[in-house]
Design a protein around this ligand. Structure first.
Ligand SMILES: [Zn+2]
Length: 745
């Protein structure tokens, strides 16, 4: 997942703001009265650019109380800067309007980037309060810029005469992007409609923040707490120790706590032998945000969906998805939905095959595979006691892997020690492809003691970037994994990238090594792919830097990077036994290969159904968006798209689908599958051209990874690949065939 995008819109892009709204109604009149004699930022470490290498955030000096004044003052200054641009008596030029806009908002960008990163990765009551208070103000701030009529008139005048200005390609692109951003933000609406839009935006941002806080609390509260170790039979000693440690961290020493991961299925389900425990854990997961308490997210969600539809209508689109996709590689919801529904039947067919294999083993335990129509979601729904249930899937899938492929995750993970995977795998692959090297730095302050910092050097020894790694799960960290930037690359501003990766790997008990699952390993390569996209950025304008590409392209570099986890030369380099350092035995490697695409039916199905659920919520026209029963809507949506296969629920249910309610992926979750097509297609290009070589890596870096948003992504991809992407490699990689009929039952 990639998280900087929201930031860029609010800070870097939204640096274009106008002044009107905020001056009418100062968000913080009590604090930043312009006549204050004392500078509100006296002694605030965010006030000036950091003097650390790469302008790295001075975490040793920043206190929780520093963010709010810096953000408030940052908005005030940016508005003043933008006002000067809008009121410039000279005729609008590229330099005095667009380049000038790119230079505004330095303080806000600096404060916002660090604040947002911490609010996700290491939050607390203060940060959550600030987030809640500032979210609507930041939304208003963005509107103040994009809905400023005088400013828009200047942007439009440059845009209208752009062809005759003799601009270079990147400057031309900047002009077009700005114009489009203004139009999409409502610059052409009537004054009355702009007022409504401002209200919508403020409420939307508050609701997203509200959803995020509720989900964090609900996820924490939803953890499975067990008194008796026997209930957890199947977990190994390290996992039990971690569960005890989690209990201690929650001040309930002696209790075993299995914290919830953000997905529907929970990793521990693969090893828990007791069916009752599995059922409890699964139900805790799917019902985490539906407890009819303060953390129940459903009311927030229905209002969000309704407001988004309303906003889309105001901007001239039928649905929120139509509005979003208009600015994406996919262009229309229909094209995205078609990709998903084309893939679904083959995925479900394959999942059913996987279930039949599991049945052979499950039968011995008195469990039958019996497709049934009950909705598994509702914990109160009637269950068929003897039939295979979704909470059995991971467990028996694991058993099948053990039996048919003789694959044992506990054995495998002894070869995936975190530091080796990072340095001998992730970094090694990047070195082989792109020539970069890494050196850990212990002198750069971090925000939490688990965080590590590396300096990244280019082939010729020049310093390229800083990379932060924050890999372990904490109760104050949002779920999932993501990348973001503390500082974005820009030639204009003379800034080099400072990138961070955040994951939720189980933290080992003190003194124990961190052993990863294969999924964890892939996640690490994935997030590092985002990091590479940010670190290789070589553009002039901040608006076009690094990962400033459409959502359905931003997951391409990250997913593409996953492939190198399995590259034999890379794999052999990192997969070494954590005690002995011995390489993974060839027989075990061969077994992993043989297991191949087993499990792809399940994972493709859970992803496709989540993506279609997202589309269902965001293709509701305004006239029908009042949804009073979230769960009923979810059921009917899955049915409508023929992905209501009870044994494989969506990867996220509506009520805890953070991607779409608070992380900027609304009508965008399909992008994982969309970019998966690019990923496999791109990998085939490497295969066709000699594989993992410096030359091939360099070509990708120069033509795609360093280019940010300086060209439309379809053109960028076409130039590199020599043609448009093809879906065939993905189907082959996953062992899927597109079924001819659209029905799967
Ligand atoms: Zn990602």
């Amino acid at each position: 997942m990639f998280r900087t995008r929201i930031l860029l819109l609010v800070a870097a892009v939204a640096l274009a703001s106008s002044c009107s709204t905020l001056t009418d109604k100062p968000a913080s009149a009590n604090k930043d009265a312009a006549s204050d004699i004392t500078d509100p930022l006296t002694g605030n470490p965010l006030a000036e650019p950091s003097t650390l290498p790469f302008e790295a955030p001075p975490f040793d000096k920043i206190r929780d109380g520093d963010f709010q004044p810096a953000i408030e003052e940052g908005m005030r200054r940016q508005i003043a800067e933008v006002k000067r641009i809008a009121n410039n008596p000279e005729a609008a030029t590229f330099d005095n309007t667009l380049v000038a806009l790119e230079k505004t908002g330095a303080l806000l960008t600096r404060a916002q980037r660090v604040f947002s990163a911490l609010a996700q990765a290491n939050t607390n009551d203060i940060l959550q309060r600030v987030q809640k208070e500032e979210a609507p103000r930041l939304a208003a701030h963005s509107d103040a810029i994009f809905l400023d009529a005088k400013l828009f008139a200047r942007v439009k005048s440059v845009y209208d005469k752009r062809a005759g200005l003799g601009l270079d390609a990147e400057s031309l692109r900047l002009t077009e992007r700005y114009y489009r951003l203004f139009v999409r933000a409502g610059a052409q609406l009537s004054a009355g409609d702009q007022d409504r839009l401002r209200d919508y935006n403020k409420e939307l941002s508050s609701l997203s923040t509200e959803f995020r806080s509720k989900l964090l609390a609900a996820t924490r509260a939803g953890a499975l707490v067990v008194n008796d170790k026997d209930e957890l039979a199947g977990l190994d000693d390290a996992e039990l120790a971690a569960a005890l440690e989690a209990g201690r961290a929650r001040l309930t020493p002696g209790k075993y706590v299995i914290p919830l991961q953000n997905t529907t299925q929970q990793p521990a389900l693969a090893s828990l032998k007791k069916r009752d425990t599995r059922e409890k854990l699964f139900n805790a997961s799917i019902a985490r945000a539906e407890q009819r308490d303060d953390n129940d997210t459903r009311k927030t969600i229905t209002r969000l969906a309704e407001l988004r539809a309303e906003k889309a209508k105001l901007l001239g689109y039928d649905t929120w998805a139509a509005y979003v996709l208009d600015d994406q590689m996919a262009k229309t919801p229909e094209r995205a939905i078609k990709l998903l529904t084309d893939m679904a039947p083959a995925a479900i067919d394959k999942a059913k095959g996987e279930a039949r294999e599991m049945e052979k083993l499950a039968k011995k335990d008195g469990i039958r595979f019996k497709p049934w129509d009950l909705q598994y979601y509702s914990p109160s729904a009637k269950k068929e006691g003897g039939a295979l249930q979704p909470w059995d899937w991971q467990y028996y899938s694991e058993q099948v892997k053990k039996k048919n492929y003789d694959l044992d995750q506990n054995e495998i993970k002894q070869y995936f020690e975190l530091d080796s995977v990072l340095q001998n795998g992730v970094f090694f692959a990047a070195n082989q492809l792109y020539g970069i090297t890494f050196k850990e730095r212990h002198d750069i302050p971090v925000y939490q003691s688990d965080v590590r910092v590396f300096e990244v050097f280019d082939q010729d020894g020049t310093s390229l970037a800083l990379f932060y790694a924050d890999y372990f799960k904490r109760d104050n960290k949002a779920g999932g994994a993501w990348a973001t930037a503390f500082v974005g690359q820009s030639g204009l501003l003379g800034q080099k990238p400072v990138i961070t990766n955040t994951c939720n790997f189980t933290k080992p008990a003190p003194g124990q090594p961190a052993l990863l699952s294969r999924d964890n390993v892939v996640t690490m390569f994935h997030e590092f792919g985002h990091a590479l996209h940010g670190m290789f950025s070589n553009v002039k304008y901040p608006l076009l830097g690094g990962t400033s590409v459409p959502r359905d392209f931003v997951e391409f570099p990250s997913q593409f990077n996953e492939h190198w986890a399995d590259e034999p030369g890379v794999f052999a380099n990192y997969a070494k036994h954590y005690k002995t350092g011995a390489p993974m035995p060839q027989e075990l490697v061969a077994k992993i290969r043989k297991a191949g695409t087993y499990g792809q039916g399940f994972s493709t199905t859970e992803n496709v159904s989540a993506a279609l659920l997202d589309m269902a919520w965001h293709t509701l026209p305004r006239s029908v968006t009042i949804v009073d029963n979230v769960d009923a809507f979810e059921r009917s949506a899955l049915k409508k798209y023929d992905v209501d296969y009870p044994l494989v629920p969506p990867r996220y249910r509506t009520s805890y689908f953070a991607h779409i309610w608070s992380n900027g992926y609304a009508a965008g979750y399909y992008s994982y599958l969309w970019t998966a097509v690019l990923r496999d297609d791109a990998f085939y290009w490497f295969r066709e051209h000699g594989g993992m070589t410096r030359e091939n890596g360099q070509r990708l870096r120069e033509m795609v990874l360093s280019r940010g948003g300086t060209e439309p992504t379809d053109a960028l991809y076409r130039a590199w690949r020599g043609r448009d992407p093809s879906v065939e490699p993905l189907l082959e990689v996953r062992g899927l065939k597109i079924a001819k009929s659209g029905k799967n039952r």
